[in-house]
Design a protein around this ligand. Structure first.
Ligand SMILES: [Fe+2]
Length: 192
């Protein structure tokens, strides 16, 4: 049985940037539904005993979509933390300055990529096998863990992530996101 992972904070702790109502729906309904769907799909199949990442790498169609969405959402929740401030520090800060010249420049590039990611999807900061930082967009449930790139940071740009709080204004949601980035988590991901 796959389970909905616990949120790393209370549902109202990302306010005022992301409301409790958004978390109620996004985590409590959408994320939960992917878990329920996957459990129904794997029942009595070879996938039932597999780890989530293994299901993602070996399945297609509905099973892949639900499994990848579980992973992507769990990763996304961990990318945020209450009162985290908006400046990167330690190793990730050095790599951002090396590969994007400055945090401001990186922030602008990542934000533009997220704002222009057509339709539903995810915008990632990844580490390549050559230890370069890159910004990558994926569509729908697609995830970077099916590639050689390692995920460091992600923003969910499906409408369900922001419609309650900022309606159609995805750029406003992206701007709010920078107040929540958990740079401790991003630094940890560099060495995974
Ligand atoms: Fe989502």
């Amino acid at each position: 049985m796959f389970e909905l992972p616990k949120l790393p904070y209370e549902k109202n702790e990302l306010e005022p940037f992301i409301s409790e109502e958004t978390i109620d729906f996004h985590y409590g309904k959408h994320h939960q539904t992917y878990v329920t769907n996957l459990n129904n799909l794997v029942k009595w199949t070879e996938f039932e005993a597999k780890e989530l990442e293994d299901v993602i790498k070996t399945s297609q169609g509905g099973m892949f979509n639900n499994a990848a969405q579980i992973y992507n959402h769990t990763f996304y929740w961990n990318c945020m933390a209450p009162n985290s401030g908006d400046e990167p520090y330690e190793e990730i800060s050095e790599l951002i300055n090396r590969d994007f010249w400055s945090f401001e420049n990186f922030k602008e590039k990542f934000s533009t990529s997220a704002a222009t990611n057509f339709g539903s999807g995810w915008t990632w900061l990844v580490k390549t096998t050559e230890w370069k930082l890159e910004i990558v967009n994926t569509s729908n449930a697609n995830t970077v863990i099916t590639t050689d790139n390692k995920p460091l940071l992600v923003i969910d740009v499906w409408e369900h992530a922001y419609y309650v709080d900022t309606r159609n204004a995805r750029p406003k949601y992206i701007e709010n996101f920078w107040n929540l980035v958990n740079w401790d988590f991003v630094n940890e991901n560099l060495n995974k």
